[in-house]
Design a binder for this molecule. Structure first.
Ligand SMILES: Nc1ncnc2c1ncn2[C@@H]1O[C@H](COP(=O)(O)OP(=O)(O)O)[C@@H](O)[C@H]1O
Ligand SMILES: [Mg+2]
Length: 407
């Protein structure tokens, strides 16, 4: 079974993410690919874009084209229900009243991540050739995309330890009245969630998945798109293009429009200079909203202008490891990041990379176990961490990658 081509659309609120996602999906369906558009944005506007009624299940809107607006709440209960049930029983035994207990066991922000679990289910189902994801505005999307790894970390630590403790204590504690011991089904639910999240991460950082940045030619919007590119790369997501939407067409004798055309022209130059390695697809500001499959297909057709919107992304990707004589070099692409923005720490077999307000806990690949960090630098848009093979692998060193350190 080949895995589906997955394309995520993100960008600031209102720039045209849903329109671009829906338009791209329409093109896939029209060339005969079994296509699904999935929305992780609580403000479900795919129904409006297609001008169709859409429920919580995949709904067919055209030949080969289905739309799924994920009901995060329901999905959440399905995955978290067993775990929550147990946590509630613990709090209940501790005398916390049931309604408060219920509230305490809701994982903040986790509803969104479950939309990603739905994406996983679709991705492995074998039912789709192309899956398009209409994401929430940038900040939420970045939080969402960072979550699988963060939750993985949390669950391995918390439940991994707890499981060992519980095994050891169960014979003793089950005789003592009070705190209920988690059933194996609870741990199984945790492990399932853990596995599924890991798979989400794998699917989204795979070579068949990519993210597109949608922007409008305005200075603040472009600044945000640049920051998103840095953060997406930090988390290992591949960005393969930019959609510049609502570009005023030239022509007409209107001074108001002329002023806009001139202002946008200079921002568009900045866009091209910022994203030199990426295609910038332009889409005109239309006299009306592109609604319905035909209008959406026209929108996308004009934007891609003959490019293949589903080509598998090429290039190295945001993270590579290369061997050297003495060890290895890990490279993480961090476009636009400067030395002062980046912090690096090693904790055991994890590398903690902080860029501005975003942090990634990167489990070091097995190939880098028994290596120590021998130096790090930020250069031409990427962080390079030099590892040296070492029998007595030291850990927990913190450093700012501002100079080459010699052993
Ligand atoms: N190029 C365009 N010309 C005219 N209207 C547009 C264009 N792109 C998007 N729109 C309209 O702008 C609104 C917001 O677009 P939408 O795709 O929903 O943005 P987002 O998903 O980023 O919030 C919608 O009503 C959409 O139909
Ligand atoms: Mg939208």
């Amino acid at each position: 079974m080949t895995s589906p081509r997955i394309v995520l659309f993100t960008g600031k609120g209102g720039v045209g993410k849903t329109t671009s996602a829906a338009g791209t999906a329409t093109l896939a369906a029209r060339r005969g690919d079994r296509t699904l558009v999935l929305s992780t944005d609580a403000a479900h506007s795919l129904a409006d874009a297609f001008g169709e009624q859409i429920g919580g299940e995949p709904t067919q809107v055209a030949d080969n084209l289905w739309v799924h607006q994920v009901d995060a709440q329901r999905r959440f209960e399905r995955s978290w229900g067993d775990i929550q049930g147990y946590l509630v029983s613990v709090l209940d035994a501790a005398g916390v009243d049931p309604i408060t207990a219920e509230e305490l066991t809701v994982l903040p922000g986790a509803e969104e991540v479950l939309a990603l679990l739905e994406l996983r289910t679709h991705a492995v189902s074998g039912s789709w050739d192309v899956i398009i994801v209409d994401c929430a505005p940038t900040a939420e999307t970045l939080r969402l995309l960072a979550l699988p790894e963060a939750l993985n970390w949390y669950m391995t630590r918390v439940f991994g330890v707890q499981r060992r403790v519980v095994r050891a204590l169960r014979p003793v504690l089950s005789r003592a009245a009070g705190v209920p011991m988690p059933e194996d089904s609870v741990f199984e639910a945790v492990e399932r969630l853990h596995r599924d999240l890991e798979e989400v991460q794998r699917i989204l950082t795979d070579k068949d998945a990519s993210v597109r940045l949608v922007l409008t030619p305005e200075t603040v919007v472009v600044a945000e798109a640049r920051r998103s590119l840095t953060t997406l790369s930090l988390y290992g997501y591949r960005v393969d293009g930019v959609v510049a939407n609502r570009v005023f067409p030239t022509g007409g004798a209107d001074a108001w429009r002329d002023a806009w055309v001139t202002a946008q022209r200079s921002v568009l130059t900045e866009v091209r200079q910022s994203f030199v390695d990426l295609p910038v697809w332009m889409s005109a500001y239309q006299p009306g909203e592109p609604v319905g499959a035909d209008a959406l297909a026209d929108f996308a057709e004009a934007a891609y202008d003959g490019d293949d919107p589903f080509a598998t992304p090429t290039g190295e990707g945001p993270m590579t490891i290369s061997r050297t004589d003495t060890g290895a070099v890990l490279r993480i692409a961090l476009p636009f990041a400067e030395r002062k923005d980046v912090d690096l720490a090693r904790h055991g077999d994890e590398l903690v990379v902080t860029v501005g307000s975003y942090r990634r806990l990167l489990s070091l690949p097995a190939a880098l176990a028994r290596h120590t960090v021998a130096g790090a630098r930020v250069e031409s848009g990427s962080l390079q961490v030099k590892f040296r093979f070492d029998q007595d692998n030291a850990s927990a060193t913190t450093r700012r990658p501002d100079r080459e350190e010699r052993p």
